[in-house]
Design a protein around this ligand. Structure first.
Ligand code: SF4
Length: 287
């Protein structure tokens, strides 16, 4: 029995090692199969195509929920159809503990109250607190991380603790206050031991993020960290490439920079992060 599981254990050790290397060095070579464009359980491609915007496209208008036709994300999975039905409130398992009218919410507070009991994925059973989001519901800038950490799980608010304090300083450096922007995560519940989100969790939770964005109608998203950027944009390109380009998500322009926690671990990244937020501020002013 022990010998039969040996190859699986070695693979898990290799995966853990690669993840640690990726976390340490920023750019990475490892991603779960689905995020790399592998096949989903139904045998169809599980990812969407994403490409950076060209300079003439960056200046153009963006509309939440409506991608420009030539930039439209392409995905042909059955899962997307299911996701759309879920998004429209047609498919709802009572055990998920979501208000069946969640999709009709016309304010963030209403949406929060309708989905905060969510048990749609395994994280609903291990979280301490549901972490919906915080900030200005009318902001044209939304900051998105990958998932709550321990401090966030404890307090029910995104980006608190040391990383949150650094984020506040980063915002202040470009004349923005925390309360000026909206801050949330792709996942609303903490993955155990702060592991990366897995594709099924993202698939389960992403409709809530899309609905938040539909209500807020931001012009710009700043993804905090490589995992947030790769997960949101369904790509496995490096953090360097993500940082050097502007993308679209649901018709909203997206920039990616370092996660504040990564900057605490590696102060050498503070300078490039500073350059990123200056670029972000310039684009923010132009939108
Ligand atoms: S992570 Fe998202 S989908 Fe999963 S239980 Fe939490 S709110 Fe629900």
């Amino acid at each position: 029995m022990g010998n039969e599981n040996q190859p699986e254990k070695v693979l898990k050790d290799v995966e853990l090692f690669l993840r640690q290397q990726a976390e340490l060095f920023g750019d990475e070579t490892f991603l779960p199969a689905a995020a790399k464009g592998g096949e989903s359980e139904d045998g169809t491609a599980a990812t969407v195509e994403t490409r950076p915007l060209q300079s003439d496209e960056i200046k153009g208008e963006s509309h939440p929920g409506k991608s420009e036709p030539d930039l439209k994300q392409k995905s042909k999975t059955i899962r997307v159809a299911e996701d759309r039905e879920l998004f429209e409130g047609k498919v709802l398992n009572p055990q998920w503990m979501i208000d069946p009218h969640w999709y009709e919410s016309d304010s963030l507070a209403t949406l929060d109250s309708r989905v905060s009991g969510c048990k749609k994925c395994q994280l609903g059973s291990t979280r301490k607190n549901f972490v919906f989001g915080v900030g200005n519901p009318n902001s044209k800038l939304v900051l998105i991380g990958e998932a709550p950490g321990a401090d966030e799980d404890e307090k029910g608010e995104p980006f608190v603790g040391r990383a949150g304090q650094l984020l506040n300083k980063i915002l202040a450096a470009v004349q923005l206050r925390r309360e000026d922007v909206y801050i949330c995560n792709i996942l609303k519940c903490r993955p155990p031991n702060n592991r990366d989100p897995i594709p099924d969790e993202v698939e389960a939770c992403e409709p809530f993020l899309k609905k938040q964005l539909e209500i807020i109608k931001p012009k710009l998203i700043l993804c905090l960290g490589r995992i947030a950027g790769q997960t949101l944009l369904k790509t496995n390109v490096t953090l360097t490439e993500l940082r050097n380009n502007i993308y679209l998500y649901e018709g909203i322009k997206v920039m990616v920079t370092f996660h504040p926690a990564a900057l605490l671990r590696n102060p050498n990244w503070k300078r490039p992060a500073w350059e990123d937020v200056q670029k972000m501020r310039k684009l923010y002013d132009e939108l």
